[in-house]
Design a protein around this ligand. Structure first.
Ligand code: SF4
Length: 250
């Protein structure tokens, strides 16, 4: 690989939030992440059965880079047929907070990064404005953002259960590798994938659940909030986000 190609590749990985890379043969020496700080003790609902089995392929030293390598030019489910780019995720690989959406839309599919369209701009505003109002010094780049499925479903349809199950293994590995202090599930697909819950977001939002021991807050997907009649939902989403930010960064 030429120096120019190498530099481009490194910049691409940096944008995905990958700052640490390991050679395959050096994996045994991969660093372990610091243990998470003790959590405040919010009220949790009982931990439900996850919708999908946790994969057996998330080794102790798993990293975002290894997961990206394992995805490769993935054709494990039918969604590969219509995609332009796999949308892996973006942000800080050591983030204390991870946002999980449903799947890439047209803008994300074209650019290869999550939440870059209108819904993404709203999510950025929600994170940065709420943090700023609450006196919490974080920007979007300080969190990690990814989706349940990494390829765009045709016509932006909801991912099918088998697609969620197959691609969900990569989401679970991402979450296990980052091990954030909290996860914010954006919309029903993310809450189904993480919590196995089929109730609507309106019923689930506002209360802490857990995925694999990590606190999860379900709230509305930003694309739902873009609809003009959803003023109440917007206010509720801001409330949920405030709760999440204080729990993670106070
Ligand atoms: S959606 Fe996930 S499992 Fe399906 S092809 Fe894309 S990367 Fe692979």
């Amino acid at each position: 690989m030429s120096p120019v190609e190498l530099r481009r590749r490194l910049e691409f990985y940096r944008d995905l939030g990958i700052k640490t890379m390991y050679r395959r043969e050096a994996q045994v020496e991969a660093t372990t992440q610091p243990s998470p700080e003790p959590l405040l003790e919010p009220q949790f609902e009982p931990e439900p059965q996850p919708a999908m089995e946790l994969p057996g392929l998330a080794p102790e030293s798993d990293t975002l880079f290894k997961i990206l390598e394992d995805i490769g030019d993935c054709k494990r489910c039918r969604l590969h047929t219509g995609r332009n780019k796999i949308v892996f995720g973006a942000g800080d690989e050591h983030a204390k907070l991870v946002f999980v959406g449903e799947g890439p839309g047209a803008d994300e599919d074209a650019q290869g990064f999550p939440f870059v369209g209108r819904a993404g701009q709203l999510l950025t505003q929600m994170i940065e404005n709420t943090a700023s109002k609450e006196g919490i010094p974080i920007l979007r780049k300080d969190v990690y953002i990814c989706n349940v499925v990494k390829c765009r479903p045709p016509e932006n349809r909801t991912p099918e259960p088998d697609e969620m199950e197959i691609c969900g293994q990569f989401l679970f590995r991402q979450l296990s590798a980052i091990r954030p202090k909290a996860i914010c599930a954006l919309g029903g697909t993310a809450s189904r994938a993480l919590l196995g819950r089929t109730e609507g977001v309106t019923r689930m939002r506002g209360n802490w659940q857990k995925w694999n021991g990590i606190p999860v807050m379900v709230t509305y997907h930003p694309s739902y909030l873009l609809r003009p009649y959803n003023q109440n939902a917007k206010r509720e989403a801001w409330e949920d986000l405030k709760k999440v930010l204080h729990m993670v960064y106070d």
